[in-house]
Design a protein around this ligand. Sequence first.
Ligand SMILES: [Zn+2]
Length: 75
Amino acid sequence: MAEAALLAAEYGSSVAQLLHGHGYGPGHSVSARAVSEGVWRKCPACDYVGAPASVANHTKKAHAAVGEQAPGVER
Ligand SMILES: [Zn+2]
């Protein structure tokens, strides 16, 4: 788990390629697998899935008007 998170932090969006290199083809549920392993996060407000940084960026853009900001998370 921790190793996976480190991988995600280090490789970011290339995690998919990483998984592909480990035998996960495009037809497999790479996203679901990555989420279940803690490598990726799922947006709590929609079905967007991606690396933690990507989800944070997506949340800012797509859900900025929701007003559900968590003080202390982004410092
Ligand atoms: Zn979203």
